[in-house]
Write a protein that binds this ligand. Structure first.
Ligand code: MG
Ligand code: ZN
Length: 386
């Protein structure tokens, strides 16, 4: 890793002139200064790159993913292969309590990340008073950034919606679909066709997406025209669960988004959600949770590979809350039960446990420590020097 870090920075500048020519002048200038500093300064500190300024941000949310869910990747993954969670040099912990309840839902949980304020459970991109507040990616869009959202749920579901919509209640998915049409999102992928096509107002919002410059793929990744804004609606509602046969949608959509954004010299903010870790928790289905965590870990690997190769991208992984009171239990009766793990649950709902934060790349060092979920938002801007 040390040798790799030393190597990446000079090369990144040569291979990716976007560092110099990026449309986002402010962040680009900072990047160049930092890159030149990296070239001239001899150091062996493996965390050095963590102190620099990112050009891009990839933010991955494992909905319902507490430390036991992360731990599952260490016991159920491919034999002899370390989970991608092991690749992060910086760790933090967040308190996810919402503005209305000790235990958050996914609306308030994602809204805390997107607007930097605690709001009430069910809120989507609005504060405690129900007022719209600009999201992290909306602010960055005003600075010339591209942004994208990817989810294994419907794309109008609470977590992705909190980044581009501002509505009082997460259940307003028809309104949220409309918000996506009028947003500045330039890449999205998930399910949720029904919120665009079978609407009470009879408007076909897939036609509207096309009208607003999207190429919309309805069958498979890779089918949209990358010279336009790209949208994928690949299921009527949520995508299939991994244990019921979903393919590598999440890592593949992440890879396609990164390829799409890298066509342009502009910076990008990409949110990637492993939505169904939460759904497995609600079902108290250990296999469901584990398969979703392993799939999410693959998407993390795609993000980290990109960040390692390009040297200019901050990767942050966390969760909105934990779901299920999931634990990797023994049989609880005797030492003889310590050889086997039996996943167990303590609730069909969410819990208040602190949630881990993993950070890699320029700006990562801001994400160490123990703090509120809302600080994720402010740390993105601190990392950008704003
Ligand atoms: Mg979610
Ligand atoms: Zn949930």
């Amino acid at each position: 890793m040390k040798a790799l870090n030393k190597f990446i920075h000079p090369f990144a500048v040569i291979l990716y002139p976007s560092l110099i020519l990026g449309a986002c002048a402010d962040s680009t200038e900072i990047s160049i200064e930092e890159k030149e500093g990296a070239q001239s300064e001899e150091t062996t500190n493996p965390l050095k790159s963590s102190a620099e300024t990112p050009m891009n941000i990839i933010f991955l949310i494992g909905d319902g993913m507490g430390t036991s869910q992360v731990s599952a990747a260490y016991f159920y993954g491919e034999e002899g292969i370390k989970p991608n969670f092991s690749r992060f040099p910086i760790l933090g912990l967040i308190n996810t309590t919402s503005g209305s309840d000790r235990i958050t839902d996914s609306g308030a949980g994602a809204t805390a990340f997107s607007i930097g304020q605690k709001s009430y459970n069910g809120a989507i991109g609005v504060d405690m008073q129900g007022e719209a507040v600009q999201t992290v990616n909306e602010i960055l869009e005003t600075q010339g950034w591209q942004s994208g959202v990817i989810s294994t749920s419907g794309i109008t579901h609470a977590t992705p919606a909190s980044f581009y919509a501002h509505v009082a209640k997460r259940s307003q998915q028809y309104d949220i679909a409309k918000s996506l049409v009028y947003s500045n999102i330039s890449f999205f992928a998930g399910g949720g066709q029904k919120w665009f096509m079978n609407r009470p107002d009879s408007v076909n919002y897939v036609d509207s997406l096309n009208h607003y410059g999207f190429s919309v793929g309805m069958d498979s990744l890779g089918s949209a025209d990358h010279s336009k804004r790209v949208g994928y609606l690949l299921a009527n509602d949520g995508l299939l669960a991994k244990h019921e046969g979903r393919d590598d949608f999440l890592p593949n959509a992440t890879a396609e988004a990164l390829e799409y954004f890298t066509q342009s010299e502009k910076s990008f903010f990409l949110m990637v959600e492993g939505s169904q870790i939460d759904w497995g928790g609600h079902e108290n289905n250990g296999d469901y949770v584990i398969q979703e965590v392993l799939d999410f870990d693959k998407a993390i690997g795609v993000a980290l590979d990109y960040a390692e190769k390009h040297g200019n991208t901050l990767v942050v992984v966390t969760a909105d809350h934990e779901t299920g009171g999931f634990s990797l239990s023994g049989d609880g009766k005797s030492m003889s039960g310590y050889g086997e793990i039996s996943p167990t649950f303590s609730t069909g709902g969410h819990t208040a446990t602190l949630i881990p934060v993993f950070a890699y790349g320029p700006g990562a060092n801001y994400f160490g420590g123990v703090y509120e979920n809302t600080a994720i938002f402010s740390k993105f801007f601190e990392a950008l020097g704003q």
